[in-house]
Design a protein around this ligand. Sequence first.
Ligand code: SF4
Ligand code: ZN
Length: 420
Amino acid sequence: IKIKIKELPIPVSYASAFEGERIRKDTLYAEFGSKRSKAWEIVRMKEASEIQDHKIEIIGPDIDSMDEPVYLPLAIIVDVAGKNMEEDFEPVLERRLHYFINYIEGVMHIGQRNIVWIRIGKEAFNKGLRLNHIGEVLYAMMHDDFGSVVDKCQVTIITDKEKVEELEKEIALPKYRLRDERIASLTDESVDTFYSCAMCQSFAPAHVCVVTPERLGLCGAVSWLDAKATKELNPTGACQPIAKEGVEDEHKGIWSKVNETVDTLSRGAVDRVSLYSILEDPMTSCGCFECICGIVPEANGVVIVNREYDGITPVGMTFGELASMTGGGVQTPGFMGHGRHFISSKKFLKAEGGIERIVWMPSELKKDIADRLNLTAKELYGIDNFTDMICDETIATDIEGVVSFLTDKGHPALDKDPLM
Ligand code: SF4
Ligand code: ZN
């Protein structure tokens, strides 16, 4: 039996408008996490028989059991069961906890997993808000938002210091680790289904993202697991499965089924896509790409620039200028928008030789992805500390300067076949 929750049994208001609300020191009543205590949250899939629907349990002191400001450790465990639930959906549901809690008037939630930081304001406390209300919200919203996969839900909120620490080691950390391993182990070869995402057609009508385990949506927010969960949660929604059939060229990432799907979804505007190429039928770009990659023939490679970088790049354009020629849902051979996470993928520019082609990126981006990119370079080419060979704005932004840096470093792109 499915329940639709309309009114929440809590003493404060509840709306998405409260999302950005900040609780400052002078209005603070209770705090969990950050510097003074440990706080973590998790969503776990359970067997239906292991769960009592709507059971909300508080283990440890509530916020009215001591003088303000209250500093307590916290563990939030949301157990769900459902016929259509899958373990892969856990992180998708878990990421929503941030919003569900933030929507409570007078409550602030920052972070995720075991770096959660929650504050409850004085006013909310005075209106009667207690921990069980957070449990009520999570219970109701899980059913409301995820009704297609959640049949039963129970919430356990723990503030007992020893238990919070003990269960973090026993439940939370192993689970987070398992999920990370699962994502890292997923390859395009290991699945038989990709997903299309057409969410951005509202402003880029011909744009379709093809999301694979090794190539996330270019907005950076839709991984293959997310797309899979989205399809399950909303069967007629923006993400639809594409059977990985009719392989035309595995090296360039061309499947006839992918072409057909993109052709249909773009209403004939785009009929061929090479998932692993920037030169031959690259994927279209809508407008919300995290990064843009563009070729620099002079350096026989590509530059990557992230949205946050506002300076000039070695192709003579800023991110904004590049975006205006790359976006809009058209194919622009030589240029493409993509997610940050895609850069360290073995499928990035695979058709053109892979990540060895990267010759320049802003230092912030380089630092952010260094660990993963270096690991991929080591695995693919046996190169150590590959990012040290990549130029950035602190070294040069003009072609001559970039090429002379690459020559000094013996960057592998210079020895590869001409890009064009
Ligand atoms: Fe979907 Fe993101 Fe691609 Fe837009 S950019 S279509 S939201 S994956
Ligand atoms: Zn988009």
